[in-house]
Write a protein of this length. Sequence first.
Length: 120
Amino acid sequence: MVMKFMLLVYMAEDAMNPDERQQCIADSTRLAHALHASGQYLAASPLDSVSTATSLQVRGDKQFVTDGPFAETREQLGGYFLIDAKDRNEAVAIAARIPAARKGAIEIRPILEMPGLPAR
């Protein structure tokens, strides 16, 4: 049985210099192509700078919109891979291949199937 996993990339925005960042992007692109060739790639993308983030909370009938990420942490969500894997162990092995894992952390989360969602 194949499961979907979200691999969330967390890293301090200043963890890489510009050259390292470009190399990370190139290496991540190669990984995405390798995963595509094996039938495991669903999606991947880096996120824009945390300075462009907006957070929203709804409490009752009020919306609270603030600039910046919700969490005040040193590491921020910087991107993701959405993959198919046969189990958690295979997802961990794929996550270990993400270049940003060498400077940050990769959170591995199974995707819960939600009935009734529109098909792509």
